[in-house]
Design a protein around this ligand. Structure first.
Ligand code: AHR
Length: 554
């Protein structure tokens, strides 16, 4: 990263741009004239196709996520489609949700899929993995799983929103046989097996054709507390035979927490002890990274280190982004280690849990465990993260934001008949046009933000994003993380010309801005048309913003 001063000396001067002197305010930012930054999109340097599955979601049976969030039941006064919240379906259809992961998270390794199939009134009630953390005011369904929302309902939900299901199997507390029976229940053809008949009895004669299967979750922790070597042995055992029914079944291994390089190395070294052919049975390696430690280096304690979702200052804002920005190094680092045993890189990364994680206190529905209020800060964080995935299309095959509704980095909040799209939900809508596009190498040159971090000088990058091309439509998404200053950038392509363009921006004058059940449109995307000619465009990215430029090329 270049510092603001170094940039001023060497950055744009060589390119002939005119720079005004910058007067730094105490928290960074500058008063300026002239173009401060440059974005160069290299149309002839494709990086790979952005998998639509990078734009995936996570629905865990955790507190208000399923019961109240997704599932209201067919007899509810809340508008629903076969028990599934209608407003959620309508909103999700707008964002092309490629894939949805269910039923956990940690919940997955205590879940018996058989409890959630068959006639609803015969399904057992079970203690939810998360019961211990539930508030006494929470509905019973959050503590004791009524199993009304099981495999059929989840597959139906996916079909309604146009997404592929991704099921996480129980490796800690069920035998391997139950894993392949679940696959059989989901995928065996109509009229073929006893389990296909059970599925048909519920109204689902045709197979669900579930392709993506997680083999456990966080096996280093709640998913069995294994060593990497022990988990590799379990992984081999669970995946050695699973019925295919003539279609692809893709297994996703429980990968590392953040920078646990030893977990990745240990697993890959062990799995190939029976030959590199074993790698063919692994589609993806799941990385989890939550940005939770906002203590500015003071503690590593999981509870003490967390910050507040709503009460924060500018330094906390950058702190969260710094934590989230680690994602790029995690992707590169684990990828390199995977390559030690998998030089062809047949196994891809699946970042199936990501997002900020704050301490309790900002819940829209006070008794919802792990619910927090997403603000503009989380929108900027989410845009930054999706841009990182877009920049590594050859490495990241899939991702899932944790979680879809009423939990952590929610796209939506809902309670009874109330529903709202959060700023994070709006970011997913903005970025949807990247899906399936060809990612392009793009050079962002911008002065770093300098600020005072508890008496010490700190910096954060000034402008970053990603670009992709589909047909002749260029999508450029850009994050300006500076809490105070807009930044003007010259945007260039070389071997084509801009025909026209529009800019859609998500921002607000208050960095704490968020949408609530009462005030649903405090922060919404604003679109304007751009006047463009030729190969260059100058655009000013507002402070604290996420912007999408839609730029058809000639
Ligand atoms: O998303 C909440 C929890 O975080 C998940 O259940 C678990 O996998 C992770 O630790």
């Amino acid at each position: 990263m270049i510092g603001r001063r170094q940039f001023l000396r060497t950055g744009l001067a060589g390119a002939g741009a005119v720079l005004a002197t910058k007067a730094l305010s105490p928290l960074g930012g500058a008063q300026s004239g002239g173009t401060e930054a440059r974005i160069e999109i290299l149309l002839d340097e494709p990086l790979g196709v952005i998998s639509p599955n990078i734009y995936g979601h996570f629905v865990e049976n955790l507190s208000g996520v399923v019961y109240d969030g997704v599932w209201v039941g067919p007899n509810s006064k809340v508008p629903n489609v076969d028990g599934i919240r209608k407003e959620l379906i309508d909103e999700m259809r707008k964002i092309n949700p490629a894939v949805v992961r269910f039923p956990g998270g940690c919940f997955a390794d205590s879940y018996d899929w058989r409890d959630g199939v068959g006639p609803t009134n015969k399904r057992p009630k079970r203690t939810n993995f998360w019961a211990g953390g539930e508030n006494s005011a929470a509905p019973a369904s959050h503590r004791y799983d009524p199993n009304e929302f099981g495999t059929n309902e989840f597959a139906h939900f996916c079909k309604l929103i146009g997404a592929e299901p991704y099921l996480a199997a129980n490796l800690r507390s069920l035998p391997a046989e139950e894993f392949y029976r679940w696959v059989e229940y989901c995928n065996s053809p109509a009229d073929s097996t006893t389990l296909a008949a059970l599925r048909a009895d519920a109204g689902f004669k045709e197979p669900f054709n579930v392709r993506y299967w997680g083999v456990g979750n966080e096996a280093w922790g709640c998913g069995g507390n294994f060593t990497a070597q022990e988990y590799a042995v379990e992984f081999r055992r669970f995946t050695t035979w699973v019925p295919r029914f003539g279609r692809d079944v893709s297994f996703i291994g429980s990968g590392p927490n953040v920078d646990n390089w030893a977990w990745t190395r240990g697993f890959f070294e062990e799995i190939v002890k029976k030959g590199r052919g074993e790698l063919r049975s692994i589609y993806g390696w799941a990385l989890h990274h939550y940005a939770w430690n906002l203590s500015r280096g003071k503690t590593e304690d999981w509870n003490q280190g967390k910050g507040d979702a709503l009460q924060f200052d500018a330094v906390d804002w950058y702190e969260l982004l710094r934590e989230g920005d680690r994602m790029e190094g995690l992707i590169n680092g684990h990828w390199q280690i995977m390559g030690e045993e998998d030089p062809q890189h047949s196994v891809k990364l699946v970042v199936d849990e990501w997002g900020p994680w704050y301490r309790p206190g900002s819940e829209a529905t006070p008794f919802d465990q792990l619910e927090q209020m997403p603000t503009l800060r989380d929108a900027v964080f989410s845009g930054m993260t999706l841009d990182i995935f877009n920049r590594h299309p050859e490495k990241v095959a899939m991702a899932a934001c944790a979680q879809l509704i009423n939990c952590l980095n929610s796209l939506y909040l809902a309670h009874e008949d109330r529903f709202v799209v959060t700023p994070v939900g709006h970011v997913f809508a903005l970025y949807a046009s990247h899906q399936g596009g060809q990612s392009l190498r793009t050079i962002f040159s911008a002065p770093s933000i300098e600020y005072n971090r508890d008496g010490k000088a700190a910096t954060f990058w000034g402008l970053k994003g990603s670009a992709s091309l589909r047909d002749k439509n260029l999508t450029l998404t850009v994050v300006n993380p500076d809490v105070r200053q807009p930044i003007e950038a010259e945007i260039r392509v070389r071997s084509a010309e801009f025909r026209s363009g529009s800019a859609t921006t998500l921002t607000h004058s208050d960095i704490h801005a968020h949408n609530t059940f009462e005030h649903r449109d405090v922060i919404t995307p604003q679109t304007k048309n751009l006047e463009i000619k030729g190969r260059t465009l100058t655009y000013t990215f507002p402070a604290a913003s996420v912007t999408k430029l839609a730029l058809p090329l000639s």
